[in-house]
Design a protein around this ligand. Structure first.
Ligand code: CAA
Length: 257
């Protein structure tokens, strides 16, 4: 893994861990940080020893949004000609599961990057919000779309038009996160989730991730068709043979890839 200044990386078993690490700026997402994040995600995605990736911040902030100091001098048409958000989509091109583990603030672009993750765990200290309206702008990395799909139109509209924050309990109640855990166990829980995913067929997991994510992109009929194609092609993997043989022989499966 390359040397980074604004993120920290480590591995625990088959979990690759990326920590956003600009604590003085509450992990504000500047161009350099997002470039480093994309590099680290690509490196873990292509590392056969890694089954799933945990993306987290520190106890104060997952990330308090795009870097407002860096954005202030930006103007149109420069922003149009050089879309500084486009590289953020690197998070969406990862084929392995990405587990977002949020403690503290996940605001603006921070909330949007969190919502690009496949599974979101929240510490009881987490606070989510899209406060861009207070800066005279609006969400620009998918917040208006992903938050609305996650929590529904009325609540998303309220949050985006007022900039109010949502606490961890509300985030769980509304389906934005899958679980709330005590802050001091957040990363441990996320790593253990990554390791549980890592016990399963790599190909099966990648296909399942692709199928679930398609639900956000495709009409129902097309989504079901894609799922069926993936499901039927899973019968071409050695892991299908192994998983079903192990069930019938009443033993633990030994998935090879
Ligand atoms: N960009 C740059 N710096 C930021 C930042 C951001 N998004 N958020 C916080 N910081 C910096 C602060 O400027 C401050 O730096 P200094 O110590 O050098 O002054 C440091 O982080 C600590 O912040 P605060 O002193 O403000 O901490 P606080 O605990 O009083 O408040 C907060 C915390 C409520 C999160 C507040 O920092 C805040 O409102 N931050 C901005 C949140 C925001 O508006 N995010 C959306 C950005 S726009 C966007 O993301 C666009 C998009 O959709 C892609």
């Amino acid at each position: 893994m390359a040397e980074f200044e604004m993120i920290l990386t480590e591995t625990q078993g088959c979990a690759g861990i990326i920590r956003l690490n600009r604590p003085k700026a509450l992990n504000a997402l500047c161009d350099q940080l997002m470039d480093e994040l994309a590099q680290a995600l690509r490196a873990f995605d292509s590392d056969p020893a890694i089954a799933a990736i945990v993306l987290t911040g520190n106890e104060k902030a997952f990330a308090a949004g795009a870097d407002i100091r860096e954005m202030q001098p930006r103007s149109w048409p420069g922003t149009y000609l050089n879309d500084f958000i486009a590289p953020w989509e690197a998070v969406l091109t990862v084929r392995k599961p990405v587990i977002g583990a949020v403690a503290g603030f996940a605001l603006g672009g921070g909330c949007e990057v969190a919502m690009m993750c496949d599974i979101l765990l929240a510490a009881d200290t987490a606070k989510f919000g899209q406060p861009e309206i207070k800066l005279g702008i609006l969400p620009g990395a998918g917040g208006s779309q992903r938050l609305t799909r996650a929590i529904g139109k009325s609540k998303a509209m309220e949050m985006i038009l007022t900039g109010r924050m949502m606490d961890a309990a509300e985030a769980e109640r509304t389906g934005l996160v899958s679980r709330v855990v005590p802050a001091d166990t957040l990363v441990e829980e996320a790593v253990s989730l990554a390791q549980r995913i890592g016990e399963h067929s790599r190909a099966g997991v990648a296909m399942a991730k692709e199928a679930v994510n398609a639900a956000f992109e495709l009409p129902l009929r097309e989504g079901v068709r894609l799922e069926r194609r993936l499901f039927l092609s899973a019968f071409g993997t050695p892991d299908q043979q192994e998983g079903m043989a192990a069930f019938n022989e009443k033993r633990k499966p030994n998935f090879g890839g």
